[in-house]
Design a protein around this ligand. Structure first.
Ligand code: SF4
Length: 238
């Protein structure tokens, strides 16, 4: 399965493969990319359930694979605690954070700008500083309305491959994987959250859309922070 031949019909794969086939496919995608990119393959670990699954898959391919976490001043204390535990378990996880001053409650007045400053910019920094050629994400096409058009392998920035190895997994398959492999997860899931982000912008929701609890009451409701939609190579910033 060469990297260049994976622009398949994503929707047919979502329901056409069973759980074990998806796990094998995901491992194969990471393995193949790692063979090509080596140390320049880096996992973006958001500390959410999907990232936890991808991080575990990557560690099965090679314990040497590196990762980065982008955190913000607004992360819930449970997420900060979980981050500290993950970094203690895996020192090859590097944390990035932007501490520059921003207007008070920018997350209410301009959440796009807030995410751009606190999330997108540190992601760009991580990609630059870690010399990333291929970044690996936990993005899934069944997560919500904004995630239906992605591919397993993308090159949105010239010279930066993006691998979405669990793109075709359902939410229940992520939990199946985490449970079967006893992968630690953020304790906020036990409280009812389904999608995790910064505290002011994340709520518990019973809406069928998995990301419906994100940015409620703003133009960004159920949307994206920008790391999957904005240019990430520093030389291509707009
Ligand atoms: S999720 Fe909310 S608080 Fe966090 S960076 Fe985005 S707008 Fe700001």
């Amino acid at each position: 399965m060469p990297l260049s031949a994976t622009q398949e019909d994503v929707k047919s794969l979502v329901d056409g493969l069973h759980f074990a086939e998806k796990v094998e496919r995901s491992l194969g995608l990471i393995r193949e990319a790692y063979e090509e990119y080596g140390d320049r393959l880096v996992v973006a670990n958001s500390l959410g359930k999907d990232s936890c699954a991808v991080w575990d898959l990557a560690k099965r391919v090679s314990p040497d694979i590196r990762g980065f976490i982008v955190t913000t001043r607004f992360k819930p204390k449970e997420t900060v605690q979980f981050m500290n535990e993950e970094v203690a378990r895996h020192p090859e996880l590097k944390v990035f954070r932007n501490d520059e001053s921003i207007p008070e409650k920018l997350y209410e007045t301009d959440p796009d700008m807030c995410c751009d400053i606190l999330k997108v910019q540190p992601t760009r920094q991580a990609i630059e500083e870690m010399n990333v050629g291929c970044w690996v994400t936990g993005l899934r096409c069944t997560e919500g309305r904004t995630r239906t058009d992605f591919q397993e392998i993308e090159e949105r920035d010239v010279g930066l491959l993006k691998l979405n190895p669990i793109l075709i997994w359902h939410e229940r398959e992520v939990w199946e994987y985490l449970a079967l492999n006893q992968v630690p997860v953020n304790p906020l899931y036990a409280k009812g959250y389904r999608s995790l982000g910064c505290e002011p912008c994340t709520h518990i929701s019973s809406d069928p859309d998995e990301r419906a609890g994100r940015w409620i009451g703003t133009s960004k409701c159920g949307g994206e922070c920008g790391i999957h939609t904005r240019p990430l190579k520093v030389s291509y910033q707009i």
